[in-house]
Design a binder for this molecule. Structure first.
Ligand SMILES: [Zn+2]
Length: 301
C-alpha cells in the first residue's frame, strides 16, 4: 500500500470522499478525479481477478448472458457508425458475449480476460480466441486491431495512462477505441447514498468526462463521440425496492445471484432495466447525477 498523487495533475490530495472496505477514495482538488490512496500493489490486484474473488464471480457473469447480449447489441449499434467491421479486441471480455454479438455483425473477435473460468468459456463454448495475459503490445503475436472495446474496465486499470498508450499502439492507423464507464468523479456527493457499493478495492479510479478527455488527449486519441445515460432511475428504484437479502449489487448494474435470466419474468426485468438505462436514461441526463457514458475516440496519426 502506497500513497499516490493524481495521475493527471501530479499533486497529492488530502480530500477523502469515499471510504469502503478499509480503502479511501480521494478527490483531486484540481481535476476532480477520485482515486484510491494508499493503493494496493499490482500483485494484490492481479490476485483478486485470477482467484475469482472479485466482487462478481465468474459464474454470475456467465449466467448473466441474456442481459450481456442485449447491452452488447445496443453498444454495437452505436459502434457501427464508426467502424464497419475488421478485427476487434475486447479488454476484460468476460465470458465473450459482446464479442459473439460483434462477430454476428461481421467483426473478427479477440478477447483478453484475466479470469480463467470466463476465458475458458469463451474459447471452448464460443470458439473465440482469448488470452489470460495482461494488456501489452505483444498480445496475439503483435497483431494490430481495427477496434478496441471495453466496458466498465477503466476504473479497474492500475495505470490508465500507460494502458491507454498501449491500446493506442495496438490499434491500426485511424483505429477506433470505444468504451463505457461511469461519471462518479463529477457526481454530486448527495447521490452517494444511492450507490449500493463502490466496489473498493476492485475500482481504483472514478472519472468524469473532463478526466476522460484528458486521458484521451494524453494518450494519442481524438474524441469523436460521447453519449451520457442517467442511471439514477435504476439506482432509485433499487434503493426503494431491490435490496433483498442474498442479492449482490454493484455500481455498474444490478447483478443478482442465481439464474435470474431463466424465466420470462426475469427476462422482462432485464428489459425494463435496459429501457430505463439506455432509453429513459438518454433523456436530458444531468451532469452531476450518476450516469454511464459511452465514448468513441480515434487514434491520432
Ligand atoms: Zn487531478
Amino acid at each position: 500500500m502506497k500513497e499516490i498523487s493524481c495521475i493527471f495533475c501530479g499533486i497529492p490530495s488530502d480530500n477523502p470522499v469515499i471510504e469502503e472496505n478499509g480503502f479511501i477514495g480521494k478527490r483531486c482538488l484540481e481535476c476532480g478525479l477520485i482515486y484510491i490512496s494508499p493503493r494496493p500493489t499490482q500483485d494484490e490486484i492481479i490476485d483478486l481477478y485470477g482467484h475469482n474473488s472479485a466482487h462478481i464471480s465468474a459464474q454470475e457473469h456467465i449466467s448473466d448472458e441474456y442481459r450481456k447480449r442485449l447491452y452488447a447489441r445496443h453498444h454495437l449499434g452505436k459502434l457501427k457508425k464508426f467502424a464497419e467491421g475488421g478485427q476487434i479486441l475486447e479488454i476484460g471480455a468476460g465470458a465473450g458475449f459482446f464479442l459473439d454479438e460483434a462477430r454476428k455483425l461481421g467483426f473478427d473477435p479477440f478477447g483478453l480476460e484475466f479470469n480463467p473460468h470466463q476465458a475458458g468459456f469463451m474459447r471452448n463454448h464460443l470458439g473465440i480466441p482469448c488470452i489470460e495475459k495482461p494488456l501489452s503490445t505483444d498480445i496475439f503475436n503483435g497483431k494490430r486491431f481495427d477496434v478496441i472495446y471495453h466496458c466498465d474496465v477503466i476504473s479497474h486499470l492500475y495505470d490508465p495512462l500507460f494502458d491507454f498508450k498501449v491500446m493506442n499502439s495496438l490499434l491500426k492507423d485511424h483505429g477506433i477505441l470505444f468504451f463505457e464507464t461511469g461519471n462518479f468523479a463529477e457526481m454530486d456527493q448527495s447521490y452517494y447514498s444511492y450507490i449500493p457499493t463502490f466496489m473498493y478495492p476492485d475500482h481504483l479510479f472514478f472519472f468524469g468526462l473532463n478526466n476522460l478527455k484528458t486521458l484521451l488527449e494524453k494518450t494519442g486519441f481524438e474524441l469523436i463521440y460521447t453519449k451520457r445515460y442517467s442511471i439514477f432511475p435504476q439506482l432509485w428504484l433499487k434503493s426503494k425496492f431491490g435490496n433483498h437479502q442474498g442479492q449482490k449489487n454493484d455500481v455498474h448494474e444490478f447483478h443478482q445471484t442465481g439464474n435470474r435470466n431463466n424465466g420470462l419474468v426475469e427476462k422482462l426485468k432485464v428489459r425494463v432495466n435496459y429501457g430505463m438505462r439506455y432509453y429513459a436514461g438518454a433523456v436530458s441526463p444531468k451532469q452531476n447525477r450518476p450516469q454511464t457514458i459511452l465514448i468513441c475516440a480515434r487514434k491520432k496519426l
